[in-house]
Design a protein around this ligand. Structure first.
Ligand code: URA
Ligand code: CA
Length: 433
């Protein structure tokens, strides 16, 4: 088999065999296939797509390219949740302790943020002492004991994806359905959960800018999950504006604490309940979605969910007193308001650009090596559909530098005020087949 023939076949819109796909992934992982040939292959896929069968072979090859995690030592059904990427997406921070508090085992592998999107692992590191790199045995022990642990992607999990993702990032081949589906599901399958709830985002802040593409991505991933014997479902959610109010790290921990106290933003809580109910039903802790939702609401009202968050923080070496004293989280030096320039209704908040504004403050990273400033971020005082008066604050900028004109510029250019604006529909579709 020659790699150049495989590239040529994909270039000519032919369908690759399982053997060819395995040859490609194995060779790229062990370094015998160079970046330039893989780049050409990725671009051919970007233009010519793949069949469902090819995507499944690609996913399985990715998942088997390194370590796989065996969670069978954990009792019961282990559920995982994954989002295809968002801005200010605080849901995992809330869902992990919340779902665990009703007895479903949450074994969550999370990623770091890159570019305009934030990562749950970075946010958790804003909690003093919190360890995100925990050995597999410890991870399994914690899930068994407390029904919850959140960890970064372990060293050698799906190494093919790590290499390919880095290459996609610099060859303009990130936003391709077969490549995204195999990247996400390859990791999810390798990390061992029995049930997977996918949040496929759509809109400016997402990889999938329109609903039709998001739907195809969701269907593709659900099908792959089922072929790999994992119960899988997807919701398609709106990411045209950021989710909730806080965008950053420490401020999103604070937003999660508020949510677990019953004071979360409406849109964020809706996402939490919709995703959480699915997780609880897949874990067989409730028979219906309504019953599951009721359990989750009760857990928040009784304080059980908040206690579980404290337990999760303690388990991973963090200082759980931040939950009752959020002022102990990293705090910014400057609080700067962004006044509205006119009176009207907020009609648009471009999610990815608001993510870029938060990144400019230091809340996110442009390159993988860049450090993060946990204290900084943005707080949206107005969301799409809200009325605003001239001079009223649209956004609170939490900064460690005094001059934030660049950030203000980006925000003013990407928040529109007009005569009317309508709150966007949050959940577009639920896909189980
Ligand atoms: N998230 C991933 O893990 N992979 C992709 O390709 C896109 C989003
Ligand atoms: Ca948020």
């Amino acid at each position: 088999m020659r790699i150049v023939d495989i590239i040529q076949r994909k270039r000519d819109k032919e369908v690759l065999t399982k053997e060819e796909i395995n040859f490609l992934i194995d060779g790229y992982t062990d370094g015998t296939i160079p970046d330039y040939q893989m780049s050409a292959f990725l671009m051919a896929v970007f233009f010519n797509d793949m069949t469902d069968e090819e995507i499944t072979y690609l996913t399985m090859a990715m998942s088997q390219s390194g370590d796989t995690i065996d969670l069978s030592a954990i009792e019961g059904i282990k559920v995982d949740k994954h989002s295809t990427g968002g801005v200010g997406d605080t849901t995992t921070l809330i869902l992990a302790p919340l779902v665990a508090s009703v007895g479903a085992a949450v074994a969550k592998m999370s990623g770091r943020g890159l570019g305009h999107t934030g990562g749950t692992i970075d946010k958790l590191e804003a909690i003093p002492g919190f360890q995100v790199e925990i050995p597999n045995e410890q991870f399994i022990k914690l899930v068994n004991k407390s029904y919850v642990a959140v960890t970064g992607q372990s060293g050698d999990l799906a190494p093919a994806d790590k290499k390919i993702y880095a290459l996609r990032d610099v060859t303009a081949t990130v936003d391709s359905i077969p490549l995204i589906a195999s990247s996400i599901m390859g990791k999810k399958i390798a990390s061992g959960a029995d049930a997977i709830v996918l949040d496929v985002t759509t809109g400016d802040g997402a990889f999938m800018k329109n609903l039709a593409d998001a739907e195809r991505l969701a269907h593709t991933m659900v099908r792959i999950g089922k072929l790999a014997n994992r119960q899988t479902m997807a919701i398609i959610s709106d990411m045209s504006q950021p989710l909730g109010n806080a965008i950053g790290n420490a401020n999103e921990i604070k937003e999660a604490i508020d949510a677990l106290n019953g004071n979360g933003p409406v849109d964020l809580m809706e996402m939490v309940y919709v995703l959480g109910s699915q997780m609880v039903v897949l874990a067989k802790k409730a028979d219906t979605l309504d019953a599951a939702r009721q359990m989750l609401e009760e857990s928040i009202n009784s304080g059980k969910a908040l206690d579980k968050f404290k337990e999760m923080i303690r388990n991973q070496g963090g200082d759980d007193s931040v939950v009752d004293h959020p002022e102990k989280l990293p705090q910014p030096q400057y609080i700067i308001e962004l006044p509205a320039k006119e009176t009207g209704v907020v009609s648009k908040i471009v999610a990815d650009q608001v993510g870029v504004a938060a990144m400019l403050l230091g809340a996110g990273r442009r390159t993988k090596e860049e450090p993060i400033d946990y204290a900084v971020g943005l707080y949206l005082n107005k969301k799409v559909g809200d009325s605003v008066k001239e001079g009223e604050s649209l956004v609170t900028i939490q900064s460690n530098r005094e001059d934030v004109e660049d950030v203000k510029d980006v925000l003013y250019r990407n928040i529109s005020i007009s005569d009317q604006g309508e709150e966007p529909k949050l959940i577009h579709k639920i896909i189980t087949e």
